[in-house]
Design a protein around this ligand. Structure first.
Ligand code: PRP
Ligand code: MN
Ligand code: MG
Length: 179
């Protein structure tokens, strides 16, 4: 698995430092509000686990599975709900946890769904952001790292469902996805 990585972009240590900062900012901003924190499966599962440990106020956690990519490196433009929330969002402060924003299609779809369910507020924390690939006008309220347009994997991010379990984020060797 490690042999398929061209370069490590963000080490475990760099990610943990950033996750601590994001957790502190969220704890400050949501103090007294009991937000519903939503993990967007599968990609955000590791970020959600680490981020939640760095949030020091009471929160509720829920999980939603959506997919737009299938096994391709490019978005199909179509977002599907594979698993819906258990919680009701009406009147709740909702914080969406994403691993990465690329085209923005997944998040714009999710924000729309949650707003139509009458959430009190909908905000987004994304560990990685690729603003150069945006097709819809959308930005996270909390962003970890702004990254170049390289195909990155690890820390939840996959290529064809692999590499999610790498503890760091790296760039995949082109021969892995062009062969
Ligand atoms: C990836 C990633 C984000 C989304 C970002 O998920 O985890 O959710 O794509 O791309 P976008 O901004 O262009 O929508 P994917 O659909 O691959 O599902 P996964 O989380 O299960 O890997
Ligand atoms: Mn995802
Ligand atoms: Mg994916």
């Amino acid at each position: 698995m490690q042999n398929d990585i061209q370069e490590v972009l963000y080490s475990q240590e760099a990610i943990q430092q950033k996750v601590q900062e994001l957790g502190a900012a969220i704890s400050r901003d949501y103090d007294g509000r009991n937000p519903l924190v939503i993990c967007v499966l599968k990609g955000a599962f590791i970020f959600m686990a680490d981020l939640s440990k760095n949030i020091t106020i009471p929160i509720e956690l829920d999980f939603m599975a959506v997919s737009s990519y299938g096994n391709s490196t490019r978005s199909s433009g179509e977002v599907k709900i594979i698993k819906d929330l258990d919680a009701f969002v009406e009147g709740r402060d909702v914080l969406i946890v994403e691993d990465i924003i690329d085209s923005g299609l997944t998040l714009s779809y999710l924000i729309d769904v949650l707003e139509r369910r009458n959430a009190l507020s909908v905000n987004v924390v994304a560990l990685f952001d690729k603003p150069g690939r945006r097709t819809v006008d959308l930005n996270a309220d909390y962003t970890g790292f702004t990254i170049p347009d390289a195909f990155v994997v690890g820390y939840g991010l996959d290529y064809a469902e692999k590499y999610r379990n790498l503890p760091y984020v790296g760039v995949l060797k082109p021969e892995v996805y062009s062969s």
